[in-house]
Design a protein. Sequence first.
Length: 147
Amino acid sequence: MKKQQGFTLIELMIVVAIIGILAAIAIPAYQDYTIRAQVSEGLNLSGGAKAAVTEYYQDKGALPADNTTAGLADGTTIVGKYVSEVTFDGTQLNVSYGQAAAHTALASGTLTLTPTTAGGAGSVQWTCAGDGIENKHLPAACRTAAT
């Protein structure tokens, strides 16, 4: 009697089906991870601007009117691989996405960081929100509660 070697067609089809199911789950999760990593670049780039605005407020007792007043470079020069500009308009810090390398989900998205001064004591608290960016792609501190 001849000994059977190799896999049967059914066994191979089962393996292919399992790989397909795993890929169907993994690819969307990886896309979300990629977009969240790109959004985090904006938070990193805004760190210097947040520090400059906070320092200006501590020195002058008022928020600066714009990037120049805060001692920052022009907003269009504060860029990254995914971030197209970081600007302060007197009331909020806007991190705009839209570089060619950015994911299409961020094409017209903006991360908005709003300073809140606590009773003139020199401290500044920052809150953030996303405009044109899905809630699930925002950093944990910026996400709104699920409705």
